[in-house]
Structures are given as structure tokens and as C-alpha cells.
Write a protein that binds this ligand. Structure first.
Ligand SMILES: [Zn+2]
Ligand SMILES: [Zn+2]
Length: 261
């Protein structure tokens, strides 16, 4: 078993679940503890299965419920030192402990092998992830959100993913015409901001390979995008290159059920 479920994804809160044979991990906890508990219920995950919470960076849409989740399920918090240093006060007591990971350094949680790598984002030490499973050479998961542009490192890490969760944050025209203040528009568009629908297509065009079977567009902006716009731009591209895969859009409000990676 090597599965992915998404409890929520979007600018208002992110929480993913990856499940191996020997337990499951949460990737980010940017929702209330209550919402995460409801999501786990919907995914039918026994809380005893949870082994860890991994945090990608310190923005509140990724850490909001982190302390609560670690206490409630008695799981350790995995985080980089820099991220912890700038957000420690927000977690409260962590009885199951803190484990520091380093960008670029692989670590394991039971049969799951986690390869964190730096993303270009306006956070102190933001990470994206590649996740493998021990003994399973057929499947690789890539998770890349909160990135301003597609770096060479991202390309290397995401090259062989069979399932890819990729940011498709905004429609570039909707952002320009939308309600954000000018400085915030600049922030989103910058090389430390978020990938647009158009940039997501460009990323996929550079890493797609016959083994990629599932692509999940994620971290959509509620103000500057719609699931339809994101889906349609990617669908058109996939049709042009005649690559068939399962294309989905992760939602802020609906749990994406468990599926094989
Ligand atoms: Zn975010
Ligand atoms: Zn962020």
C-alpha cells in the first residue's frame, strides 16, 4: 500500500496524507484540528496509523493546526531548524517531540522515504518533497506547491514521479484584474511567490514521461483562479501532447479520497 489523500489544498489551508504499509504521515497541517480530524475520518484513517507531521514552511496555511495535531495524535513534528526558529511560538507544547530535517537530506518514517528539497518561496526555508516507499521501485510521489518558479533542482527531483501534486495557484489574467493590492499581486507573481496555471503547464511539459499516471493540481487561489480554469489549461496541454493520465484538482473544501501513488 502506497497511497495519497488530500484533506484540503488551497490558499486557505493545506493538509495531505501519505500512507505506507507501516503507517501514515501528514504533510502540513494548515487547517483547524477539527477539520483535520474530520478529514481523517473521511479518509477512514485510524489515528493510531499516524506516525508524523511534516511541515513544509511557516506560513499559516501550512501550520495552523500543527501543535493541536501533534498533541492529539501524539506524533512528532518534523520541521527544519530555520522554520522552527521562526514559528516555534505557534506550536505550543509538543509531547511527542520535534525532529529536525534538512533540505536535501533524505529521512525515513517507517517504510516511507522522504526527500525534502528547497523551493523558491517567501519563507525562511521552504521545502517541497519527493516521497518513495522502501521496496517499491514502481511509484514515486512528488509534492510541489508554494514555489515562485520552476528551479533546476525541482526538475531533477520531480523527473520520475508517477503521481505529482503540483501548484496551479492563479490564472495570470485573473490575478492582474483581481482584487489584490498591487504589492500582493507582485508577491504572488514573483520568483518567490506561487506557480500560475500557465507555469504549471510549463513544469509538466518539462518533466512528463510515460510513467506519470496521476497529476493533481493544488494550492489554488480562491480569489484569482477557479478549478475549471486550472483544469482546462492543463487538460488542453495534455490533449495536445496526447498523454493520458488522471487529472484532478484538489479542493479547499472537499477531501480527495485515498488513491494509489
Ligand atoms: Zn501555501
Ligand atoms: Zn507559503
Amino acid at each position: 500500500m502506497f497511497q495519497l489523500g488530500i484533506i484540503a489544498s488551497g490558499s486557505k489551508g493545506n493538509c495531505l496524507l501519505v500512507r505506507g504499509n507501516e503507517g501514515a504521515i501528514l504533510l502540513d497541517a494548515g487547517l483547524t484540528g477539527k477539520k483535520i480530524a474530520e478529514g481523517l475520518d473521511q479518509l477512514k484513517i485510524e489515528t493510531a496509523e499516524l506516525k508524523a507531521l511534516i511541515i513544509s514552511h511557516e506560513h499559516s496555511d501550512h501550520i495552523r493546526g500543527a501543535g493541536i495535531v501533534c498533541r492529539k495524535y501524539q506524533i512528532p513534528l518534523y520541521i527544519t531548524r530555520e522554520t522552527y526558529a521562526c514559528s516555534a511560538g505557534k506550536f505550543g507544547n509538543l509531547p511527542a517531540g520535534i525532529k529536525f530535517f534538512e533540505p536535501g537530506k533524505t529521512f525515513r518514517i517507517n517504510d516511507l522515504i522522504i526527500i525534502p528539497f528547497a523551493s523558491s518561496h517567501d519563507a525562511v526555508e521552504s521545502s517541497n518533497f519527493k516521497i518513495l516507499q522502501d521496496g517499491n521501485s514502481n511509484s514515486q510521489l512528488g509534492v510541489a506547491t508554494d514555489c515562485g518558479y520552476f528551479t533546476r533542482l525541482m526538475k531533477e527531483r520531480l523527473m520520475e514521479c508517477t503521481t505529482l501534486v503540483l501548484e496551479s495557484n492563479h490564472d495570470e489574467i485573473a490575478l492582474i484584474n483581481g482584487p489584490y493590492r498591487w504589492d500582493l499581486k507582485q508577491r504572488v507573481k514573483s520568483r518567490q511567490g506561487h506557480l500560475s496555471n500557465h507555469q504549471a503547464v510549463s513544469v509538466v511539459s518539462q518533466i512528463i514521461h510515460p510513467g506519470m499516471k496521476r497529476l493533481i493540481l493544488a494550492h489554488l487561489s480562491e480569489q484569482n483562479n477557479t478549478p475549471e480554469l486550472a483544469y482546462e489549461e492543463m487538460r488542453k496541454f495534455l490533449a495536445e501532447i496526447q498523454h493520458e493520465l488522471e487529472l484532478q484538482v484538489a479542493s479547499q473544501y472537499q477531501v480527495l479520497p485515498l488513491q494509489d501513488i
